[in-house]
Design a protein around this ligand. Structure first.
Ligand SMILES: NC(=O)c1ccc[n+]([C@@H]2O[C@H](COP(=O)([O-])OP(=O)(O)OC[C@H]3O[C@@H](n4cnc5c(N)ncnc54)[C@H](O)[C@@H]3O)[C@@H](O)[C@H]2O)c1
Length: 363
């Protein structure tokens, strides 16, 4: 099915309110999830709702939390997310950090113990909107590991994402790198499973450490209650030892320096998702002349794109371009949601107390 952005936001906010969120939180989380779908990242969009609903019922996700300031020391701000919706707590922590960065030019913000932060690019977009540069390193805990280290054969890390954000100019949109350190995010195997599609080679290994194209090797993580899951496999890190090492630094920066902890087996694993984020925000005006910076961004992007495409149908892009393309298309045509995902969302909405009539009126 295809659904319009506005309609989907209203429906998602209604579900979140039934889950106990106040209007402000429901709006922030709904906006974040729907924007992830708009940007083409269905893995971090509204398809996450059934998982969030399970977490609410298990008391592992706590609505209506505000980031708690643990420490403010010079340019350092440390927050605890109190297991709140990451999308809301993360947005608020970023607002505080950006406000401080306007004075100090540089802020190191850590946010620990927040429930799923969602699409990390959202926080890069927040910095960009304020004219700031930012770097984000995130680890994932309270969840079994999903990603094998390079040369390993079982899962030891999560999909630990990294985001790097650089403002653009009037002519050149921002450059926004937002990526999992695994070849693909776990949610992409959920999307493939729900659509009944195979994965490309090199993205997952089976329980024996052998390459596989079956997204089912990850089903045990996604649907732990199902009895017919094959033995657990693992996602592979992108770029062999390079991606694996960046995942390790997400543990060291995001997990360790935030005080939230790494994915070590001795730390709790309750089948929930806790994110810990290490963020550096920089006001580029403290470093360089802004018109010159904008000219250089425009020029270096044009320089990259001037490379003749190896395949004429695939021009050179920069990070952020694919998402912009998706947003343009999906804002016009609507957001596609596969039947299995939609059914999981509707079932979850009913469990939270939305009646069939309410659902019909909202969708
Ligand atoms: N909260 C969490 O715990 C968590 C964990 C993992 C991933 N995530 C999120 O999952 C989402 C998906 O991550 P992903 O790694 O699958 O994304 P992806 O592989 O689709 O894209 C990664 C990056 O590559 C860029 N890109 C894509 N094609 C390009 C091209 N041809 N040229 C230049 N750049 C190009 C994109 O703009 C993007 O910045 C992200 O939003 C990430 O934040 C979140």
């Amino acid at each position: 099915m295809l659904i319009k952005e506005i309609k989907l936001k209203i429906f998602v906010a209604a579900i979140l309110k039934k889950g106990g969120s106040d209007s402000e939180e429901a709006q922030i989380v709904a906006d974040h999830l729907v924007r992830s779908n708009l940007a083409g990242h269905d893995s971090h969009g509204v398809g996450m709702l059934p998982f969030y609903m399970r977490m609410l019922q298990a008391d592992l996700l706590h609505p209506n939390q505000k980031p708690e300031l643990v420490k403010a020391d010079g340019s350092i701000l440390m927050f605890d997310g109190l297991r709140g919706y990451g999308q809301a707590v993360g947005k608020m922590a970023m607002e505080k950090a950006i406000e401080k960065c306007h004075e100090s030019g540089l802020v190191l913000m850590t946010l620990r113990n927040t429930h799923h932060l969602g699409r990390i690019g959202t926080y890069g977009e927040q910095s960009i909107a304020a004219g700031m540069v930012s770097l984000h390193f995130v680890n994932v805990t309270d969840h079994p590991p999903l990603v094998a280290p390079f040369r390993g054969s079982d899962a030891r890390f999560s999909t630990n994402p990294i985001c790097l954000a650089m403002p653009g100019s009037q002519k050149q949109p921002p450059v926004l790198l937002d990526m999992a350190t695994s070849c693909i995010a776990l949610g992409k195997t959920r999307v493939a499973l729900n659509k009944g599609e195979a994965l490309k080679e090199g993205l997952v290994i089976n329980y024996q450490g052998q390459p596989s194209t079956d997204p089912g090797v990850m089903a045990g993580y996604l649907f732990p209650d199902r009895s017919d899951n094959p033995p657990l496999g693992a996602l592979t890190p992108f770029g062999d030892y390079k991606g694996y090492s960046l995942a390790l630094f997400c543990e060291l920066f995001g997990g360790l320096l935030s005080g939230g902890g790494t994915i070590l087996p001795e730390h709790p694993r309750q089948n929930s998702i806790i994110n810990n984020m290490f963020t550096l925000i920089i006001d580029p005006a403290k470093l360089v002349d802004i018109p010159w910076m904008q000219h250089e961004v425009e020029a270096i992007v044009s320089h990259s794109k001037a490379s003749p495409p190896a395949n004429p149908e695939e021009p050179v892009l920069v990070a952020g371009d694919p998402e912009r393309q998706f947003i343009k298309t999906r804002q016009t045509k609507g957001i596609p949601i596969d039947d299995a995902t939609w059914k999981q969302i509707l079932d979850g909405a009913e469990v939270l107390g939305l009646s069939k009539t309410e659902i019909q009126n909202l969708t």
